[in-house]
Design a protein around this ligand. Structure first.
Ligand code: CA
Length: 377
């Protein structure tokens, strides 16, 4: 449905609601008649998030989604956004929505992998799908149905509502010239990416974003990934770890999601449900556009103003990362029957995507002139 059709439908919906409101008194007077259930006042919904207050990029995606839900429902839904700790701590967002203590969350599904292993596949897995491939899998490749089956077990329905696009490999204090250089390396890299580099002999450390700079500066860690040029520049990581590696193998297009309590969802009108889905889709598209623009601009700044040169891992390191990634992902994927179905669907999407990319984006981006001082050496 395009925007014009949608707005038209919205206008018709609002008109029908107004009509229903006019005849409400008569209907109430008629015994046994169905009274309209649509609330006439704005319904306030709480959205808890896994992001700190005023967090650029990820926090903006939550605000943008909430605002668009209000606009598309013409104010019948009023979504209030709460940053990490304002209503509940970041990682309790899922439980808060599951139990109904909050109505919605905006966050990264892989934070819930302690609840079910399958959640990782809906954010990112090492050597997995890119942002566009993730969205394709969700809408056309069976991802949506599997995600909803998984979330329903926790009384939640979730929709993609943002994507960080391709993340970078990270900032290193020393060059990586061979597999040997990973041995004994202390790196901040959370989740499955961390499991992969452990197979290469590295030690992994989990630190919140705010502690990365100081830990690199003090020598407590030798390397750290964060997000990409936009968010990395903001932290000033180039000042304490001069070697920037890209692309990242571990988060090739991290999807963020908006999860809604299922009882709340079922109490909404069809029009409100549609508006939430369209707002989430729109937030995904906007974040892909925003990250594509902001990362490109920040990379120019890193190269031109701070002399940063992006490097690529040697081929043998990439080969080992691919091998270890498939090992880690398959172990997770075989942990229970539903995760296995998610894993099989995801890997089938990956196989299709690789075939198509091998004759489209892959060669095209290689053939197009790669320019600038920041291009990988
Ligand atoms: Ca990251």
């Amino acid at each position: 449905m395009d925007r014009r059709t949608f707005l038209k439908t919205g206008a018709v919906g609002a008109g029908a609601a107004a009509l229903a409101a006019c005849s409400e008194g008569e209907q109430a007077a008629a015994a046994g008649a169905d009274a309209p259930s649509r609330p006439r006042q704005a319904r306030r919904l709480s959205m808890v998030t896994t992001w700190p207050p005023n967090f650029p990029g990820l926090g903006d995606m939550a605000l943008r989604t909430a605002q668009m839900i209000g606009e598309l429902t013409q104010g019948s839904l009023d979504v209030r956004v709460y940053a990490d700790g304002e209503l509940v701590p970041a990682l309790e967002s899922f439980d808060a929505v599951s139990t109904g203590a909050a109505d919605m969350y905006h966050g990264a599904e892989y934070y819930w992998q302690g609840k079910a292993k399958g959640f990782s596949f809906f954010t990112a897995v090492p050597m997995g799908l890119t942002a566009n491939e993730m969205f394709a899998w969700h809408h056309f490749g069976g991802g949506k149905e599997l995600h909803q089956e998984l979330s329903a077990q926790f009384n939640i329905i979730a929709f993609p509502a943002g994507n960080t696009t391709h993340q970078m490999g990270g900032w290193f204090k020393k060059e990586i010239n061979s597999l040997e250089d990973f041995r004994g390396l202390r790196m901040r890299i959370p989740g499955l990416g961390g499991d992969v580099i452990q197979q290469l002999g590295a030690t992994t450390v989990t630190l919140p974003g705010g502690e990365i700079f100081q830990s690199l500066q003090s020598g407590a860690i030798d390397a750290s990934e964060w997000v990409g040029p936009w968010n990395d520049l903001a932290f000033g990581l180039y000042r304490v770890a001069p070697y920037y590696y890209g692309p990242g193998f571990h988060e090739p297009g991290s999807g963020l999601h908006c999860g809604v309590n299922l009882d709340v969802w079922n109490s909404l009108t069809e029009f409100e449900q549609l508006a939430i889905q369209r707002a989430c889709d729109w937030a995904t598209h906007m974040s892909i556009a925003e990250y594509s623009h902001q990362n490109a601009a920040a990379l120019q700044t890193l190269a031109n103003e701070h002399g940063v040169t992006v490097r690529s891992f040697p081929d043998d390191v990439w080969a080992r990362l691919e091998e270890a990634s498939m090992d880690v992902v398959s172990t997770i994927g075989n942990s229970d029957p539903l995760t296995k179905r998610i894993y099989d669907s995801y890997m089938a999407a990956r196989e299709r995507s690789m075939l198509w990319a091998s004759v489209s984006d892959g060669p095209y981006l290689r053939f197009r002139r790669q320019g600038g001082d920041a291009a990988p050496q």
